[in-house]
Design a binder for this molecule. Structure first.
Ligand SMILES: NC(=O)c1ccc[n+]([C@@H]2O[C@H](COP(=O)([O-])OP(=O)(O)OC[C@H]3O[C@@H](n4cnc5c(N)ncnc54)[C@H](O)[C@@H]3O)[C@@H](O)[C@H]2O)c1
Length: 271
């Protein structure tokens, strides 16, 4: 059954620019009750909040400055939303960076993976039907590099594979049947956002030629297509499902293919 966003309270992390900013706009078209935008970028976040609140004249958007990689900061933002906005129905863990350079990869791991786990677990516990919640949905943003060959960004890929595995595991029917919290994983292909300015931030700066050459093989999609895919994944996705949004094509549910790959390895593990 198609899920509706009507009157839902939604959190979007990394909402001040790129895909996240467009997701916020798309959510307003779906008549959500409120969107809490979490981002480190205060200037861009506040500007978008003010723009959207004056455009729609309904104060449905609240920007909260938050570094998602800082656990205390993240949980404080959740508390503000709980206390001042209301029950959280949907969380879109979208914040992420691409920076495999030796000085920054730990930050990348913390933002791209650790914060997704912390945010998901907090929301999952709050929404869990056997813990006093009424269910909900968490969409975790991964990348096609988690499913395809991406040798040039090994650390970024590792974080995105982590997001994929975490989401399919926590979203498994084993947990969903008790929690009522859908966990969905959406893998974006190359998308035209500020993140792509960082493709030179590699674990090996000597490899830069390889990645720029490699990138020429791919067509990047628009943020509009990526945001549309978020909405479609929300409406159609079963818990534990895996989706791809790439090359401006409609969002694709690739759960069967993903499950088949797992089955192949299961046949080795359990034989
Ligand atoms: N752009 C692509 O080609 C592409 C491809 C696959 C997956 N993705 C994923 O999509 C998501 C969105 O990326 P984007 O392309 O829109 O990038 P972007 O750089 O345009 O936006 C990322 C947003 O996250 C925010 N952010 C960064 N660190 C943060 C932190 N510690 N706490 C809170 N906010 C933080 C930034 O300020 C920014 O507003 C990321 O998870 C990214 O890995 C992007």
């Amino acid at each position: 059954m198609e899920q509706s966003l009507n009157e839902k309270i939604v959190i979007v992390t990394g909402a001040a620019s790129g895909i996240g900013a467009f997701v916020v706009k798309s959510l307003l078209h779906e008549n959500v009750k409120h969107v809490a935008m979490l981002d480190v970028s205060e200037e861009a976040g506040t500007a978008l909040q003010d723009e959207l609140n004056s455009k729609y004249n309904n104060n449905k958007v609240t920007f909260i400055k938050c570094d998602v990689a800082d656990k205390e900061n993240l949980l404080k933002a959740y508390k503000v939303i709980n206390d001042e906005i209301g029950y959280i129905d949907v969380v879109i863990n979208n914040a992420g960076i691409l920076d495999d350079s030796p000085d920054s990869y730990m930050t990348e791991i913390n933002i791209n993976l650790a914060s997704v786990i912390t945010s998901s677990l907090y929301a999952w516990n709050k929404m869990h039907k056997e813990k006093g919640g009424k269910g909900g949905t968490i969409i975790n943003v991964s990348s096609v590099v988690a499913l395809s060959n991406a040798a040039n960004v090994p650390i970024y890929s590792a974080t995105k594979i982590g997001v994929l595995k975490f989401s399919t595991s926590l979203g498994n029917k084993l947990h969903y049947s008790r929690s009522g919290v859908r966990i969905l994983c959406l893998c974006f292909g190359l998308t035209n956002t500020p993140l792509l300015r960082n493709v030179h931030k590699l674990f090996d700066t000597d490899a830069i030629g390889l990645i720029t050459e490699d990138l020429q093989n791919y067509k990047s999609q628009s943020v509009e297509s990526a945001a549309k895919a978020v909405i479609e994944t929300y409406k159609q996705g079963d818990s534990g499902s895996v989706w791809i949004s790439t090359s401006d094509k409609p969002a694709m549910d690739v759960t069967n293919a993903y499950d088949k790959s797992i089955e192949i390895f299961d046949s080795y593990v359990y034989s």
